[in-house]
Design a protein around this ligand. Sequence first.
Ligand SMILES: C[S@@+](CC[C@H](N)C(=O)[O-])C[C@H]1O[C@@H](n2cnc3c(N)ncnc32)[C@H](O)[C@@H]1O
Length: 281
Amino acid sequence: MDRISAESITLGKSSPIEGWTVVMNRRKKRRNKDLPKSGNPNPPEVQPASVVDLEVNPERESRLLQKMMLYIKKVETSDFYSTFIHQIGSPEVQNSILRDLNGESKMKMVIYGIGSIESYESPRLQLSLAILMKKSLGWIGDVEVFDPIISLTESRVMETLGCSVLSVNEEGRREAVEKVLFFMPHCDSDLYDHLLETNWGLEKLKNIIILGNSFEKYEQHALLMRNPDTLNSRKHILAAMKFTKEVKINSVLDAFHDLSWHSFHIIHTHLLQLSSIQSVN
Ligand SMILES: C[S@@+](CC[C@H](N)C(=O)[O-])C[C@H]1O[C@@H](n2cnc3c(N)ncnc32)[C@H](O)[C@@H]1O
């Protein structure tokens, strides 16, 4: 689970989302296991299970559902959400990320690495955002979720909220035979790399939109570290930088910090880039 240096404060009227965690010191935060660790000032409200928790408990489920409904409402009425929706409608996102969107067909949203919505605030905020996107954006179709740590209670609540919870760990290797939006909030870099590797070709990369950790940040970090293992585990991310369009999400909220929209614009001069890495397909 993500451990970051942040602080819960009650915010004023103009705050992004009242009373919720905002990034207070960006230098100390950690986005994935490859970055330096810091202590977690926000211990989980409920300890996440080390093995998947299969308890069936209607009261626990109902409490979590109510909590989620509250979070969805709060996100919906936040400054963050109006800015986010406004950005989706902007020429920048419309022309570089959502280009080729066919008005008739819906795009599936696959969510990897949401985390425990019962234990942590960030996963609740992130799931709320996904549910609101599905509600307000006509082009989003079915929503599928997978995280190996999701408990049965969390899974049932997510299903009640309209998501399908997958039972198979794809390790991020979903083949994009049609357009898919991958929402991967703060996943480890391996998962993004697996996704790119599986779809490493002209046609399939065009089908992918990723809302996830900034690839530019990954590149900067990898170039700084020069660690062969890091460079190797991110080789598709790094190679894709030549044809990645990235648009950053504007948020001071920890849950959405460092997230960007990404899409892949491949032209003939990039074909060499594609073939320089051995594809698994
Ligand atoms: C750094 S945490 C991020 C959690 C949450 N989204 C957040 O921002 O706090 C990464 C998450 O990825 C999940 N994960 C690990 N392997 C995965 C896989 N193969 N497919 C989907 N999720 C995975 C972990 O269980 C963990 O919840």
